[in-house]
Design a protein around this ligand. Structure first.
Ligand SMILES: Cc1cc2nc3c(=O)[nH]c(=O)nc-3n(C[C@H](O)[C@H](O)[C@H](O)COP(=O)(O)OP(=O)(O)OC[C@H]3O[C@@H](n4cnc5c(N)ncnc54)[C@H](O)[C@@H]3O)c2cc1C
Length: 264
């Protein structure tokens, strides 16, 4: 909390009676919590569609289902070859999650990206309990409830799979730990049926920090990948990479995320 406050966030600590009054749904084992009124969440199902509509309205040309096969550079110009044809560009940004490494490799740059296989579970709709994202300082948990009552349980418990092959599956032991942690925090979850669990890939660099910035030695080619929890961080990183690509600098000091730390 001290670190968050020093970074300008308004965060409170809740304990004892004030915690019970504020969050009566918390389990007995929870003795204290931090709370940030500015914190929130968005549904990717709604947000993705809204974002896409906005981009099209602003005249952005979107080309879906056209994986980039390779990027080549000739002087200051790039050719981006995709399944739907070739696009010429003066600047390129590689933002393809763990698959960014393969795209950067076609430019001759090695970016060491791997992938976590995160699991997520959805319950049947239940009575309204929480209107915040609840996380756990001591165990990996993220817990939220949508307006229809569905609770989403995640936080980074690992499934199994490989982003190279695309194969992914659940790890039921880890899933059990995930659900147990969730129930310890929110006991009434135990009355809800788990409807669906699934897993997906999240890019991760060897030091678990984002890979953000201009690639070395290949002109105006940039990368943003490996920012964990990047659904939340995406808007900020998107704004900053746009600043870097158009104005040559970011507003925040993001130098520790430079791909140059890996020689990339
Ligand atoms: C189950 C799960 C739960 C999560 N929960 C949360 C959460 O609650 N909060 C949070 O902040 N984050 C969460 N994350 C993490 C978050 O989803 C990622 O950090 C974020 O999606 C990374 O965004 P990105 O745009 O960098 O990469 P990605 O979302 O991985 O997007 C990469 C895109 O590149 C595309 N692509 C791949 N190859 C090519 C190619 N050759 N050419 C063109 N395009 C290509 C892919 O199809 C994909 O659309 C979760 C992740 C998972 C898997």
């Amino acid at each position: 909390v001290a670190r968050q406050r020093s970074a300008g966030l308004e965060v409170d600590i809740l304990e004892g009676n004030s915690l019970r009054v504020f969050a009566p749904w918390l389990g007995d084992r929870v003795v204290a919590a931090s709370f940030c009124d500015e914190d929130s969440y968005a549904s990717p199902l709604a947000c993705g569609v809204a974002l896409r509509t906005l981009l099209v309205a602003r005249g952005v040309a979107l080309c879906a289902h056209a994986p980039v096969l390779r990027i080549t550079r000739s002087g200051t110009a790039f050719s981006v070859e995709s399944a739907a044809g070739t696009v010429q560009a003066r600047k390129v940004l590689i933002a393809a999650g763990p698959w960014s490494a393969a795209i950067a490799a076609t430019l001759g740059v090695t970016v060491p990206l791997g992938a976590d296989v995160n699991m997520l579970s959805a319950t049947e709709p239940g009575p309204h309990m929480i209107d915040r994202v609840v996380t756990h300082v001591d165990g990996i948990l993220s817990l939220k409830q949508y307006a229809n009552g569905t609770c989403l349980i995640g936080g980074g418990w690992q499934g199994r799979g490989s982003y190279q092959s695309g194969a992914k599956e659940l790890d039921y032991v880890n899933l059990l730990h995930n659900v147990r942690t969730a129930i310890a925090v929110l006991p009434s979850l135990s009355r809800l049926t788990l409807l669906r669990s699934w897993s997906g890939f999240e890019a991760v660099a060897p030091d678990a920090l984002p890979v953000f910035g201009r690639l070395s030695g290949v002109g105006d080619a940039y990368i943003v990948a490996g920012a964990r929890g990047a659904y939340s961080q995406g808007p900020a990183l998107g704004l900053e990479i746009a600043r870097l690509m158009t104005e040559g600098q970011t507003e925040l000091d993001l130098t520790s995320f430079t791909p140059a730390r890996f020689g990339a």
